[in-house]
Design a protein around this ligand. Sequence first.
Ligand SMILES: *Cc1c(COP(=O)(O)O)cnc(C)c1O
Length: 322
Amino acid sequence: MNKTDITLKSVYLARKRIAPVIRKTPLIPFPDQKQENPVYLKLENLQETGSFKLRGAANALLGLPPDRKEKGVLAFSTGNHGRAVAWMAGRMGISCTICLSRRVPSYRVKVMEQFGAKVVQEGVSQDQAYEVALKLERDQGLTLIKPFDDPKIISGQGTMGLEILEEIPQIDTLVVPVSGGGLAAGVARVLKAADPAIRVIGVSMEVAPAMYHSIKAGKPVEIEEKDSLADALLGGIGLDNQYTYPMVERYLDRIDLVSENEIEEGMIFAHDTLGILIEGAAAVTLAWLLKNPDAGKSVVGILSGGNVDTDLLFDILSRHKK
Ligand SMILES: *Cc1c(COP(=O)(O)O)cnc(C)c1O
């Protein structure tokens, strides 16, 4: 990895670039807690497009040279990244194609089409959708906007780290969902630059944690695709991973896993106690916090997105009431 690619400077540059489109999301105190060891939640479910993914996508698109903007962009994504790229491309008047596997639920597809993107659904896995994207990149000269393993994406996600530090400079522990690791790498890069003693704990779901197994193996590995309530955390990290794997290895203290039951409890807690809608990928943070009530002296947990399938959520909530 080229160590000069993701720096505090690149994160500040990203912040300046994306400021006109990004919401500074609220940091709220965890309810009913003792004053000595406060826990805060960063509500990225309230970000424009419903997840933090817009930070990286906006930074990548705004940074494209004019001839690339002219030809158009391409993304493959299980949802939130595609949604963010589609929204930003629509806003900038750039043509946008999104490649998805057939497993992606139709409510996610519709949103991207509403933003003006062309959606191509092929294959049953994210890897197969990726193959289709590579072909379009070759044949049509479109620019592929990667979901996580890219300096502009990581720097964009890192802007959330600046917001956290400015509001909670006393932070000693960060809890962050991990899939491809763009979010965790960017935010951890910023926090560790501020103080290497700040602990950064990644959280993934037990059923298919690609980054967790890769770190254990000492190199990027493939894992079997499974279903999870945290659907935005599914997918591999790429065997040719260049940036997020080495950064997660260097800047995260560890990755912990939570079960599907615990994720469900996190979603119920968000609705019943916090009064907010979050998706499973964000609920892994709450699941971890509920299991580890005394994690640090000043803890911040990232609720990364709110694009939940409402049928699924109502199902969970009504089962819980019985
Ligand atoms: C993409 C995503 C994540 C994981 O981010 P990575 O950068 O891939 O680790 C977490 N939560 C939500 C809601 C997401 O959309």
